[in-house]
Design a protein around this ligand. Structure first.
Ligand SMILES: Cc1cc2nc3c(=O)[nH]c(=O)nc-3n(C[C@H](O)[C@H](O)[C@H](O)COP(=O)(O)O)c2cc1C
Length: 457
């Protein structure tokens, strides 16, 4: 077991891969995003590669505008399984890999989220993680009785209280609350049940949660959000951050900014693992890697490329494809829109060149090369204050992931940067994150517990 710092790896399993044209790749199962067996193969490959976690991004609705018209019907990113349902099934066919699902704080209730993730943690024997997001699109808003998504401050305000309530509910029971003594008839120790009784601006939640304290103490909290509000929420509550950056200096600035905020919350910097996304495309030679990537790039239709840009920059179809990227009038997700514009401005790219540049990584880092090139790229960020690990974004699935497992993982192991066996049975244990002490353990709530007990008789 390694005691020195090592790289953590996750895999993003969304769609048939992360590249815009993934579903058209000759080796991708075109309907795999609606087939359990496809995800079985993906998670088992990641587990062979000793990944910390399999990660499912999610939206509560189709999150892509049909701009220009025809963009949506040419992509596969329009249907996907509900993440917790899928991960519960995958828990049965995997043993060690962490299972992380995205759930929105904008359109859920904390009690539902607390209960579902606590259940997944029990079902998977301590491998559940919750990716906390605020839902940014108006398309999702329209599925929940509104026309527009709430503004930044409103979303993050609700998110902060939401996470606090969920964590409180996960502390409804102390670790050893259930005695289940058949002889005396005592099922649980009433002094070890805690009623949350939360009263806040957004939520009134009494509790307790009707799921016992979980095998990890509490599911791992992942956070994805890059704004001031997003960074603050991560520093206060997250165990893992999923981030997007193109360049070392940007990733370093983000890393320092989030870790620098943690002391204010009484947290050590090591308590949070920052894992930027990276699209890694390995080949035995650089040429082979480039050729693999070119297969996908050639499958990007202009309408799909423009559609991908429209999600962040608004519809640019009225401008010439070979002309410069105009200043957008309709930025849709600020942090990613800025990454796109930086790429365009730095390289002096045309609209077509920009959509091809982001077709793979969607604003995340893209590395194409030999296993040595890719390990070098990871090592540089890992050793220079930019990352604690990476969320691998395979260009297509499952082949793009299997390439990373077979070629890049052994190279990282050879350098001593990556595990050669799982250290723990739980996601928290593998990530090297401390057991969450129960903040109210030992506080006697016997009176309340007894009142609840007699009501249930
Ligand atoms: C790397 C990354 C991944 C994200 N994944 C999701 C996701 O799966 N589902 C979702 O609804 N929002 C997702 N978001 C959106 C954030 O929750 C947030 O709404 C958005 O990034 C805008 O806030 P920000 O400016 O703080 O980033 C993601 C954001 C980032 C940066």
């Amino acid at each position: 077991m390694a005691s020195h710092r090592q790289i953590r790896l996750g895999v993003s399993m969304i769609g048939l891969g992360y590249h815009l044209a993934a579903w058209r790749h000759p080796d991708a199962p075109a309907g795999g995003n609606m087939e359990l067996q496809h995800f079985v193969r993906v998670t088992q490959a990641a587990e062979r590669g000793l990944f910390d976690m399999a990660f499912l991004a999610d939206g509560v609705g189709i999150r892509f505008h049909d701009e220009p018209p025809g963009a949506l019907c040419h992509t596969s990113k329009n249907v996907q399984f509900e993440p917790l349902t899928l991960l519960s099934a995958l828990a049965m066919v995997t043993e060690r890999i962490g299972l992380v699902a995205t759930a929105s704080t904008t359109y859920n209730e904390p009690y539902h989220v607390a209960r579902k993730f606590a259940s997944l943690d029990h079902i998977s024997d301590g491998r559940a993680g919750w990716n906390v997001v605020t839902s940014v699109t108006d398309m999702e808003a329209r599925n929940f009785n509104r026309d527009k998504a709430p503004g930044y401050d409103a979303r993050y305000d609700r998110a902060a209280e939401f996470v606090e309530v969920v964590r409180g509910l996960w502390e409804s029971w102390e670790d050893d609350a259930f005695v289940r003594d058949k002889a005396s008839g005592l099922n649980y120790d009433p002094g070890k049940l805690h009623v949350l009784d939360h009263h806040g601006p957004h939520f009134q939640v009494r509790g307790p949660l009707n799921v016992a304290r979980t095998p990890q103490g509490a599911p791992v909290i992942v956070q994805a959000g890059a704004s001031e509000q997003g960074r603050e929420l991560a520093a206060a509550t997250a165990d893992v951050v999923y981030a997007a950056a193109q360049r070392l200096e940007d990733a370093q600035a983000y890393y320092a900014s989030v870790k620098g905020r943690m002391a204010r919350y009484g947290r050590a910097p090591e308590a949070l693992k920052i894992m930027p996304g990276i699209m890694a495309v390995p080949g035995r030679t650089r040429q082979e890697a480039e050729d693999k990537y070119a297969v996908l790039q050639e499958l990007v239709q202009p309408v799909v490329g423009l559609g991908a840009l429209s999600n962040y920059l608004g519809d640019l179809s009225g401008f010439p494809l070979e002309g410069p990227v105009p200043e957008p009038t309709n930025r849709r997700m600020h942090s990613r829109a800025q990454i796109f514009l930086d790429i365009a401005r730095r390289g002096g790219l045309s609209i077509r060149q920009l959509y091809l540049a982001v077709a793979g990584g969607n604003g995340h880092r893209l590395v194409i090369g030999t296993p040595v090139d890719i390990a070098d790229a990871m090592e540089e960020w890992f050793l220079n204050g930019a990352a604690d690990g990476f969320n691998i974004l395979p260009p297509w699935l499952p082949g793009g992931l299997e390439d990373v497992v077979e070629m890049v993982v052994p190279e990282l192991q050879r350098r001593g940067l990556y595990r050669t066996g799982y250290e723990s049975r739980t996601l928290r244990g593998n990530l090297g994150i401390a057991w969450p002490e129960h903040r109210r353990a030992g506080v006697k709530r016997a009176a309340i517990a007894q009142a609840l007990g007699s009501a249930a008789q």
